[in-house]
Design a protein around this ligand. Structure first.
Ligand code: HEM
Length: 574
C-alpha cells in the first residue's frame, strides 16, 4: 500500500467513529444490543483485515495497521461522545459533578461497593435539588418528584433498568404502559383485600396463614433462649415462608426448621451483582449473555431458574386447596392464550414469578431488620408498643391497623430504612417534566432516591450563599424536622415534625404504587405486635450498633448490616 494512502486511513477511521456516534449511537437505546455491537465491530475488523491483506504488506504490518485503525476509530467515537455530552447536549446547562455527563461508568465506579444511597446524599448536599448525574440523566431531590415521576396521568415511561430480566417480562418488569396496566389487574386481584362480584378477597385468606407463620417465628425466636438472634437470618426465613405461602400456597418451613433455603442465597448474591450495575444495566445484560455461568453470574441464573421452575411446578400440580397469587398469574396465562404465543406467555409467567419472589420476600425482610434495630436502640418505643398491643387480638387485622404507635414505628422504620432506597427510574414524556420552574427536556432519565428524600433537610449551604437564597427555597428542600431521629410520634401526635408529607413514598405512588403495600403492612404489624407481646428486645451485649449502618448496602433492595438481639420472654405476656 502506498505510504500516502496508509497515512490517510487513521484519519478516515477517526472520522468514521464520529459519524457512527452521531449517525447511530446517539439515537435510540442500545442496552439490549451489546452482543450485536461487539459482533458487528469484530466483523468490521475482519473486513478491514481482509481489505488490507490485498496489498500484500506482510501479516505483522497488516495487524499493526488494523490496531492503529481500531484505536483511531475508538478515539473518534469516544471523543465525539465526550465533547457532545459536555458541551452540546440538551442537559449541558444543568449542574452536577464534572465527570458525570461523560459516562455512567463514573457513577458505577463510585457505587461499586453498593452504597448508591450515600453517594446520592452527597450529590444532593453538594449540588442541590436538580442535578445532572449522567449523560442523559437528572436526579431530582424535591418532594414533588415522586408524584411527578409516578402520579396518575403522568407521561413518564420506565427506564431501561426494567429490561433486566429480559427476555422474561412481567407487569412490573415491562416498559410497555398497556402491558403494565393489563398485568397489574391480575396482581391487584391476587393481593386484593376487597371482595367484588368475581373476585374473592384474597387477602382475607392470606391473613390467618401469615398469622400462623408469625406464631412459628415467635416459637423459633423462643428456641434461642437468651442467646443472640441473628435478626437478618430469622427475618429472612420468615419473609421467605410468607412469600411461599402467599405466592405458591406452599410452606417452605424455614422458620420451623431453621434452614436457609438455597434460593435466598442465590437471590442475595444475584442482587449484589445487579445493585452496583443498576445505572449501567447494559454491563449486567452483557455479562448474563456472554459470561460463562460461574460465580455470581451463576447465582443470577440460579435465582431465575428457581422462580421459573417453581412456577412451572405450581402450573403442573394445580393449587393446594388454598388461595395463592400464582392462581391469578396462571389465570392471566390462560386468558391470554388467544392473543399471545406460548413462548411469550411462558416468559411472562417466569418473569412474574421472579418479580413476586423478590418483591414478596426481600422488601419486608429489610424493614423488619431495621425495625428491630430501632426498638433495641430505643426501648422506650418498644414499651409504648407493648402498652398498645397487650390484650389486643393479633388475629384482628383492623384492631392492629388502628394502633398509632405500632403504625408510627413501622412508618418511621420505612422512612429511615426504605427497602427500595434508590431506583424507580423513569424517562420523561413528550412534554418533558417541570420541577418548580425548571423544565427537564423530553426523553431524559429521571430519578428520585427515596433514601435521600426520606431524610431531606436543609442543605449545608455556606453562610455567604444563604444570604442569596430565599426562605421559600429552604422550605421546599426541608421535608422533615429532626430528619435522622427515630420519632414514631411524628406520624400521629407530633405532625409538626413532618414538614412535607409528599417526601414519604416507601411504596411509591400513583399509577405504579406497590400492590403488596397492604399485605406488607399487615405482615409487619403482625410481627411487631406478636413478638412484643411475647418478648422484650435488646441488643446482644457484644453487638456493635454501628454495624447496621456501616454494612448497609443498596442492592436493588436495601440490605441492612447485621443485627443481633436478645429476645427475653416477658413474664406477664399478654
Ligand atoms: C415493606 C415492603 C414493601 C415495600 C417497601 C415495597 C415497595 C415498593 C416500591 C417502592 C415499588 C415501586 C417499584 C418501582 O416502581 O420500580 C413497589 C412496586 C411493587 N410491589 Fe412492593 N414493596 C413491598 C412489599 C411488596 C410485597 C410483599 C409485594 C407482593 C408480593 C409487592 C408487590 C409489588 C408490586 C406488584 C409492585 C409493582 C407495581 C407496579 O409496577 O404497578 N411489594 N413496591
Amino acid at each position: 500500500m502506498a505510504v500516502g494512502q496508509a497515512q490517510g486511513l487513521p484519519i478516515l477511521a477517526a472520522a468514521a467513529g464520529v459519524v457512527v456516534h452521531h449517525g447511530i449511537f446517539r439515537h435510540g437505546e442500545w442496552h439490549l444490543h451489546g452482543p450485536h455491537i461487539i459482533a458487528s465491530h469484530l466483523t468490521l475488523c475482519g473486513a478491514t483485515l481482509y481489505y488490507l491483506s490485498r496489498f500484500d504488506d506482510g501479516l505483522a504490518t497488516i495487524l499493526g495497521r488494523v490496531v492503529v485503525l481500531g484505536v483511531a476509530y475508538l478515539a473518534g467515537l469516544f471523543s465525539s461522545m465526550v465533547v457532545y455530552r459536555l458541551y452540546f447536549h440538551r442537559l449541558s446547562s444543568f449542574r452536577g459533578p464534572r465527570l458525570a455527563p461523560v459516562t455512567k461508568l463514573w457513577h458505577v465506579w463510585h457505587v461499586r461497593d453498593s452504597t448508591n444511597f450515600l453517594f446520592q446524599e452527597e450529590i444532593y448536599k453538594k449540588y442541590g435539588s436538580i442535578v445532572r448525574t449522567g449523560p442523559n440523566e437528572i436526579t431530582i431531590f424535591n418532594p414533588a418528584a415522586f408524584e411527578l415521576l409516578d402520579g396518575f396521568g403522568n407521561e413518564t415511561t420506565r427506564d431501561v433498568w426494567y429490561d433486566i430480566i429480559r427476555p422474561r417480562t412481567s407487569a412490573v418488569f415491562t416498559r410497555d404502559k398497556v402491558e403494565h396496566k393489563e398485568g397489574r389487574k391480575f396482581w391487584g386481584q391476587g393481593l386484593s383485600n376487597k371482595a367484588d362480584l368475581d373476585v374473592a378477597a384474597a387477602m382475607n385468606d392470606y391473613y390467618p396463614r401469615i398469622a400462623g407463620l408469625v406464631r412459628e417465628l415467635s416459637n423459633c425466636i423462643g428456641s434461642f433462649g437468651l442467646n443472640p438472634v441473628d435478626v437478618d437470618q430469622v427475618m429472612s426465613w420468615y419473609s421467605w415462608d410468607v412469600m411461599g405461602e402467599v405466592l405458591f400456597g406452599e410452606d417452605f418451613n424455614l422458620t420451623k426448621s431453621k434452614v436457609t433455603h438455597p434460593g435466598i442465597k442465590h437471590r442475595d448474591r444475584a442482587l449484589a451483582l445487579a445493585g452496583p450495575l443498576s445505572d449501567a444495566i447494559w454491563i449486567a445484560l452483557l455479562g448474563f449473555q456472554l459470561c460463562p455461568p460461574v460465580g455470581i453470574v451463576n447465582d443470577w441464573h440460579n435465582m431465575i431458574r428457581f422462580c421459573e421452575d417453581h412456577m412451572k411446578l405450581r402450573l403442573g400440580r394445580g393449587g393446594n386447596n388454598k388461595t395463592d397469587m400464582a392462581a391469578y398469574f396462571i389465570d392471566e396465562y390462560e386468558k391470554t392464550a388467544n392473543t399471545k404465543s406460548k413462548k411469550t406467555r411462558d416468559l411472562h409467567l417466569a418473569g412474574t414469578a421472579v418479580t413476586a419472589v423478590v418483591a414478596g420476600s426481600d422488601t419486608t425482610r429489610a424493614v423488619l431488620v431495621g425495625m428491630w434495630w430501632f426498638l433495641s436502640k430505643y426501648p422506650e418505643h418498644a414499651k409504648k408498643v407493648q402498652a398498645e398491643v397487650d390484650g389486643v387480638d393479633v388475629n384482628d387485622v383492623n384492631a392492629l391497623a388502628a394502633l398509632p404507635h405500632v403504625n408510627g414505628v413501622i412508618n418511621e422504620s420505612l422512612r429511615l430504612v426504605p427497602p427500595v432506597m434508590t431506583g424507580g427510574n423513569r424517562i420523561t414524556g413528550p412534554n418533558g417534566m417541570l420541577v418548580d420552574d425548571v423544565l427537564i427536556p423530553p426523553g431524559v432519565k429521571v430519578t428520585c432516591p427515596k433514601y435521600v428524600l426520606h431524610r431531606s433537610t436543609l442543605r449545608q449551604l455556606s453562610r455567604a450563599y444563604r444570604r442569596y437564597v430565599s426562605a421559600d427555597l429552604f422550605a421546599v428542600e426541608s421535608c422533615w424536622a429532626q430528619p435522622n431521629e427515630f420519632i414514631p410520634e411524628r406520624w400521629y401526635s407530633r405532625p409538626e415534625l413532618i414538614l412535607d408529607k409528599r417526601a414519604f413514598a416507601p411504596f411509591s405512588t400513583g399509577a405504579r404504587y406497590c400492590l403488596g403495600k397492604s399485605m406488607a403492612l399487615n405482615s409487619l404489624r403482625l410481627v411487631l405486635a406478636t413478638l412484643l407481646q411475647d418478648y422484650d428486645v435488646s441488643f446482644s451485649p457484644d453487638y456493635d450498633e454501628d454495624t447496621l449502618w456501616r454494612d448497609m448496602r443498596d442492592q436493588v433492595t436495601c440490605q441492612p448490616g447485621a443485627v443481633f438481639c436478645i429476645f427475653k420472654p416477658r413474664k406477664a405476656a399478654k
